[in-house]
Write a new protein. Structure first.
Length: 155
């Protein structure tokens, strides 16, 4: 879908700000974004269902907060891995109602939104962040979560 392709290109620009070269295989000239590296699409609908964006942002560019509005086109997204990216915020992810797996481990998160707004979430990894342990109370006992990683969370 064209809106998802545009969204991916905007996401690429966000990861690369101010002057990075990550995700070089993603380009407007490549017609089908479902063939791009780190992107998986549903085989019938061609909607993006998985983004595996592990260690994409180079640490030299510093910490950053994901503009989660860039993920709005991905309403069928089920698996999102943003581990190892110097992330400081993930607020807008709550709009991804079909998200089943969320990995934001090994980042610089200090707060987490109310994840109960993600009704399909089953696997969550918040390991190796800077989240206050009091914020984590109850996070991993959300009714549907089957696996939850919070090891080495700093308090």
């Amino acid at each position: 879908m064209e809106e998802e392709k545009v969204g991916l290109l905007q996401l690429k620009a966000s990861f690369n700000h101010p002057n990075g070269t990550a995700l070089s295989s993603w380009g407007a000239e490549v017609g089908d974004c479902c063939r791009w590296e780190y992107v998986t699409c549903h085989n019938k609908t061609n909607r993006v269902t998985r983004l595996s964006l592990i260690d994409i942002r180079h640490f030299e560019f510093g910490k950053w907060s994901l503009n989660a509005s860039l993920l709005l086109p991905f309403q069928q997204l089920q698996i999102l891995d943003l581990s190892l990216n110097e992330l400081t915020g993930i607020q807008g992810l709550l709009r991804l109602k079909k998200l089943r797996v969320l990995n934001v481990g090994v980042n610089d998160l200090t707060t987490i939104p109310n994840l109960s707004a993600l009704p399909s979430l089953k696997v969550l990894d918040l390991s190796f962040n800077h989240i206050n342990s009091s914020q984590l109370q109850g996070v991993c006992i959300l009714t549907l979560i089957k696996a939850c990683g919070i090891s080495s969370v700093h308090s």
